[in-house]
Ligand binder design. Sequence first.
Ligand SMILES: Nc1nc2c(c(=O)[nH]1)N[C@H]1C(S)=C(S)[C@@H](COP(=O)(O)O)O[C@H]1N2
Ligand SMILES: [Mo]
Length: 189
Amino acid sequence: MRQEGRLPPGQSLTLKWPVLHYGSVPRFDEATWRFQVAGLVSSPLRLTWAEFLALPCAEVTSDFHCVTRWSRFDNRWEGVQFRTINDLARPAPEATHAMVYGADGYATNVPLPDLSGENVLFALKHDGEPLPPEHGGPLRLVVPQLYGWKSAKWVCGLEFMPHDRPGFWEQNGYHRRGDPWEEQRFDSD
Ligand SMILES: Nc1nc2c(c(=O)[nH]1)N[C@H]1C(S)=C(S)[C@@H](COP(=O)(O)O)O[C@H]1N2
Ligand SMILES: [Mo]
């Protein structure tokens, strides 16, 4: 659905669902998979797949904007809100950013205020179907208000940090925050 004011500057709408990542799709093994939360937290987490699935589930619909200039509207995501993980781990007041990790060795930094919104979640499903491996299945982060590279696929954990530190793309010239409405594409923007 095209709607006035929904497309950030310099973006084009796509009806397809492009697959974009660096490297190859990591293998998922339910027996050895763990979701780890570390760093500046009162309760570090190390959840098994069964424990993760037992967390309360939420559903949100959001638009997705990739820095390579495509946007996809109305993605229906189901999963565990970041808030839920945050409440379990209880970060210290000094924590300002998180480094989010993917099982492929990916890392991306996100300011904590950008993670606290109700539509930020660790997604297990997209448009009613289990998340396909090429789109980050079985679990990916979704941070809809930032460019897509912040939405780490195959997410396996995060680290709460007392300051900002660049992740993979951020070390390679991409913006620290990546707000599509401000066109924060590159470090120099
Ligand atoms: N682990 C991991 N997550 C990643 C990436 C990646 O290379 N590795 N690429 C990012 C980029 S640049 C985008 S645009 C989205 C694309 O998600 P999609 O393939 O489901 O469309 O995944 C993001 N998450
Ligand atoms: Mo991207």
